[in-house]
Design a protein around this ligand. Structure first.
Ligand code: APR
Length: 243
């Protein structure tokens, strides 16, 4: 691995437009389960029921039980890990100019990163589908203990800004991710299985526009063969060594 890290260090030293693209593996060491790979959430919960907009519209109790039992407890106590702080350091050195994240935990912002594009929304932003009133994570949890599915004081149903399967991604985030991928000189994939589109298209867009592509992921991914470097190792370990 040392040879790969020193090759990565060289790439970073000659780049100044670096995009970090993070997935659930990046937050795994903050105690938040991944969806796929060892012990992934989707091996316990069927995403077509628990994380699909059509099912949510039919019967939101499945999603809200998943939120209450699985998501709220871990996200509530999750803290940024060494990987998050390493990206903040890289940003301070003028290296990272964008983070594109698939994660909904808000840990990049909590660690101090500023240029974060959230492709799949943020579970901390919960709103009323009727009057658009905003609710915090804790406020919804309090309502959830009394009422399932949770409703707004106006009677409307609550929903996080998390993008569920079958929902379009936020257009502004997509456009910014597109521009960032086309204009970077180094694209770092950090902790993603790269199987969910359109998010997984950005590494290829970057590569096709001349960027170097580095994939740091415990398991192999479908884009490994177009990457310049593949490191099957923990993201926090690799980034800590890089810094
Ligand atoms: N360091 C590096 N990689 C890790 C680590 C770690 N500490 N722990 C797990 N991994 C890897 C796993 O090998 C796996 O390939 O992280 C990857 C996580 O993959 P997924 O769980 O599929 O997460 P992600 O790629 O972000 O999923 C994309 O799918 O369900 C939807 O909306 C959800 O945003 C999510 C999207």
């Amino acid at each position: 691995m040392d040879k790969l890290i020193s090759k990565l260090k060289k790439f970073v030293s000659v780049s100044d437009q670096i995009v970090a693209f993070t997935g659930a593996g990046f937050s795994a060491e903050s105690g938040i389960s991944t969806f796929r790979g060892a012990g992934g959430l989707w091996s316990k919960y069927d995403p077509s029921i628990y994380a699909d907009i059509n099912y949510f519209n039919q019967d939101p109790t499945y999603y809200w039980n998943f939120f209450k039992d699985e998501r709220y407890p871990v996200i509530k106590k999750a803290k940024p890990n060494d990987g998050h702080y390493a990206l903040v350091k890289l940003e301070k050195r003028g290296k990272i100019f964008r983070i594109i994240t698939q994660n909904i935990d808000g840990l990049h912002q909590l660690a101090g990163s500023s240029n974060v594009i959230e492709l799949h929304g943020n579970t901390r932003n919960i709103f009323c589908r009727k009057c658009n009133k905003k609710y915090s994570l804790d406020e919804v949890y309090t309502i959830l203990k009394k009422e399932l599915p949770p409703r707004c004081s106006c009677g409307g149903l609550l929903k996080p800004s998390t993008v569920l399967f079958g929902e379009p991604l936020p257009q502004v985030a997509l456009d910014m991710a597109n521009i960032s991928a086309r204009n970077c000189d180094l694209f770092l994939v950090l902790g993603s299985s790269l199987v969910v589109y359109p998010a997984a298209s950005f590494p290829e867009i970057a590569k096709n526009n001349g960027a170097k592509l580095v994939i740091v992921n415990i398991d192999p991914t479908p884009l490994d063969d177009i990457a310049d470097i593949v490191i099957n190792e923990s993201t926090s370990k690799v980034l800590s060594e890089l810094i």
